[in-house]
Design a binder for this molecule. Structure first.
Ligand code: T3D
Length: 267
């Protein structure tokens, strides 16, 4: 088994996080959860990290919960899976959604169970053409979790959400893209180049305004139009105070590329 359940590469302007239990298709155990949480905390608090890329080592992205830790033969009573969600999966999804910088998911292979839904929690999902998304839960008598019952009906509608949840059939990366579940499917050998190019681009972007846009788009799921317009007004007021706004308009007028700092405001 790999020694470090999560690899963390700090690159200029962005960080790459790699789930690293390839022998188990990067299925989550407690150590991997804890390591991922720590790394994401660093990404959140480090202003030099302006974008995050999440991917998996080996041929899979993530196969969800490590089921070898759930062997009924090793248990005297049924585990409290609600507690596991509350302790590990739900905080992880909330952490990704609250990160005020872009999180790219490079789905390098199969994403099953919670692994699929953690990918969908990310802001921009790129998937290798050979990858697939599987709501594997019904195969073991469970309910989609890690936000699956939230993203699926919103992104692809109730009919397809129920189809995926009940059948647990794999959805190809191409279909996921054409259904609107993910941003894009790319050739396998291009995945890391394309994900890295996006991360580099976001690392040079107006980070603070990305964070505000993320907040607004996520709030839209539960706001009505009036609430959303009010929110846009407040966030635009904030964005309009930023150095990046000033730089963006100046650069446009001077017919040059902007040099964004990503900061909320200097000084
Ligand atoms: O429990 C809680 O805390 C509640 C939260 C639940 C969240 C969840 O995610 S529940 C859903 C759990 N995940 C699954 O049910 C998926 C199980 N895996 C699969 O169905 C298949 O492995 C895949 C469809 C993902 C991939 O199939 P395939 O044929 O490409 O690979 P494979 O041969 O099945 O797997 C390769 C190895 O990874 C294999 O080990 P081996 O035989 O080479 O030693 C397999 O056992 C291991 N592996 C794959 N998924 C898991 C796993 N080991 C432990 N847990 C896994 N989830």
């Amino acid at each position: 088994m790999a020694e470090t359940p999560v690899l963390h590469q700090r690159r200029e302007g962005y960080h790459i996080i790699t789930l690293n239990r390839p022998e188990r298709l990067n299925a989550f155990n407690v150590e991997q959860h804890k390591a991922l949480r720590t790394v994401l905390e660093e990404c959140a608090s480090n202003d030099d990290c302006r974008a995050v890329m999440l991917t998996g080592a080996g041929r899979g992205f993530c196969a969800g919960q490590d089921l070898s830790d759930r062997d009924p033969a090793m248990m005297t009573e049924a585990p409290d899976l609600g507690l596991t969600l509350e302790t590990y999966y739900n905080p992880l999804v909330r952490q990704i959604r609250a990160l005020d910088k872009p999180v790219i998911c490079a789905v390098n292979g199969v994403a099953a169970g919670a692994g699929a839904n953690i990918a969908l929690a990310c802001d921009i999902v790129l998937a290798a053409r050979s990858a697939s998304f599987i709501q594997a839960f019904s195969k073991i008598g469970l309910v989609p979790d890690s936000g699956g019952t939230y993203w699926l009906p919103r992104l692809i509608g109730e009919a397809r959400a129920k189809g995926l949840a009940f059948t647990a059939e794999p959805l190809s990366a191409d279909d996921a893209a054409s259904w609107g579940l993910i941003w894009r499917a790319v050739d396998d050998d291009k995945l890391m180049d394309e994900a890295t190019a996006l991360a580099e681009r976001f690392a040079r972007g107006p980070t603070h305004s990305y964070g505000l846009a993320k907040r607004a788009i996520q709030a839209a799921a539960s706001n009505d139009i009036d609430q959303q317009l009010d929110l846009e007004r407040e966030l635009q007021r904030e964005a309009g105070q930023s150095d990046d706004y000033k730089e963006g308009v100046t650069a446009f007028l001077e017919k040059r590329a902007p040099k964004f700092t990503g900061k909320r405001r200097s000084g």
